[in-house]
Design a protein around this ligand. Structure first.
Ligand code: FAD
Length: 388
């Protein structure tokens, strides 16, 4: 029997597989797509994510050529402010295809076995002696619609927001509110790009812009309930054309490739696993993309799930691992997740947005501090260059 099956070769799965393989575990990393695969994302690694990768010895690769981001430009109904990260702290703008392929290669180099084009259909259930069900591996979708059973001592679900494993185990679901959708496209012809990520918060939607090299920008528009009767590209074009900050900068812009759509975005998760199954990354819950820290959370969540799996392999007690992981995630990530929920509520409330805009004008240092918290910057201060 395999020690650990990791489902999903995004950042959470590849980091979990890498940590497990380095520790000597036999690990299979199963991915339903061919790598590199596209992924709708803002394409920014925040400073915390860059530091977390460096802690794992993951420097160089495509990161070496990725544009360094030294802060964020935030604009809102009543505020426009550039917040620089403290000296020595940078994020990176990098497309997810090369980033995720590089992380998966690192897991393979550490000894993990990567299988692409393999779709996991659901958990392989084992009836516990006490009557409580537990997960004993996965079921793979076979060509002829039959399922192939692949047993493992521990299974890690790192299969993203719509995790088939977390859902089958009734650990996660989309909440009834908020229901937000994301529309993203690569764009050429966007003027005024700098070495900062951009977040333009408006009533009812927000727009993220990141420079990704070759003169192209990643543009993501996040709305409330998906508007009917409008195509994704029309929606993005209208949002840019009507935006006070972006209208002039995007005049004559062109879409490079087709737009991608995701939604509803939020996923609530009750526990980080159950006997035999551990959750990592978005599979363990997703709040909102506006804080730009999903990859950092996925890296840390992947490493934490791997540590819990290793303990379970050592002790033979796979039931306890999920309880321990849930507690450790709450201790290590709970404050940040509460901050993210607060930010999500803020951008969803017109009154709160107005008040935040006024507050940011009176005390811009507070907004700069929030940018550093969102960026997981391990420092107490943000340097600034004042209002834009
Ligand atoms: C619009 C938007 C913008 C964002 N911008 C940013 C940003 O700028 N910076 C940032 O840090 N975060 C951002 N995020 C969040 C970030 O994209 C996620 O948090 C991150 O990708 C989570 O990584 P993961 O490994 O958990 O999941 P994923 O990256 O989603 O990887 C899951 C993997 O599992 C595979 N998979 C799924 N189901 C199966 C199955 N049944 N069988 C086998 N394989 C399967 C998928 O193909 C995929 O490769 C953004 C999110 C959105 C929606």
């Amino acid at each position: 029997m395999i020690d650990v099956i990791v489902v999903g070769a995004g950042p959470a799965g590849s980091i979990a597989a890498l940590v497990l393989a380095r520790a000597g575990a036999q690990v299979w990393l199963l991915e339903r797509e061919a790598m590199p695969r596209p992924k709708l994302c803002g394409d920014t690694l925040n400073p915390g994510a860059v530091a977390a990768l460096a802690d794992l010895g993951l420097t160089g690769g495509p990161l070496a050529d990725a544009l360094a981001l030294d802060g964020m430009l935030i604009t809102g109904p009543q505020v426009a402010l550039r917040a620089r990260y403290p000296a020595g702290q940078v994020g990176r703008a990098i497309a997810r295809g090369p980033l995720d392929a590089w992380l998966a290669e690192a897991a393979v180099a550490a000894g993990a076995r990567l299988e692409c084009d393999v779709r996991v259909r659901g958990p392989l259930w084992r009836d516990g002696r006490t009557g409580a069900p537990s997960v004993a591996g996965v079921l793979l979708a076979a060509d002829d619609r039959r399922a192939i059973r692949v047993p493992a001592a521990v299974t890690i679900a790192a299969d993203g927001r719509r995790s088939v494993l977390a859902r089958a185990a009734k650990l996660s679901a989309h909440p009834s509110t908020p229901r937000r959708w994301a529309f993203g496209v690569y764009a050429s012809g966007v003027r005024g790009l700098s070495t900062m990520g951009e977040m333009h918060v408006r009533r009812g939607h927000y727009i993220g812009v990141a420079p990704v090299g070759d003169g192209r920008a990643n543009v993501c528009v996040v709305t409330g309930v998906r508007p009917a009767g409008v195509t994704p590209i029309e929606l993005i074009a209208r949002a840019l054309a009507r935006d006070p900050q972006l209208r002039e900068r995007t005049e004559g812009w062109r879409a490079e490739g087709r737009p991608r759509v995701l939604g509803p975005l939020a996923v609530d998760c009750v526990r980080a696993g159950m006997p035999g199954l551990l959750l990592a990354g978005d599979a363990a819950g997703f709040i909102d993309p506006m804080t730009g820290d999903g990859i950092h959370l996925a890296i840390r969540g992947g490493a934490m799930a791997a540590a819990a799996a290793l303990e379970a392999l050592e002790s033979g007690d796979t039931d306890r691992a999920a309880t321990d992981l849930t507690a450790r995630r709450a201790a290590a990530l709970g404050t940040k997740l509460r901050f993210n929920r607060l930010m999500r509520a803020l951008v969803g409330s017109t009154l709160a947005l107005e008040l935040a805009g006024v507050g940011a004008r009176i005390a811009p240092a507070v907004l700069r501090r929030l940018v550093c918290v969102a960026g997981d910057v391990p420092s107490n201060r943000a340097e600034s260059e004042g209002a834009a």
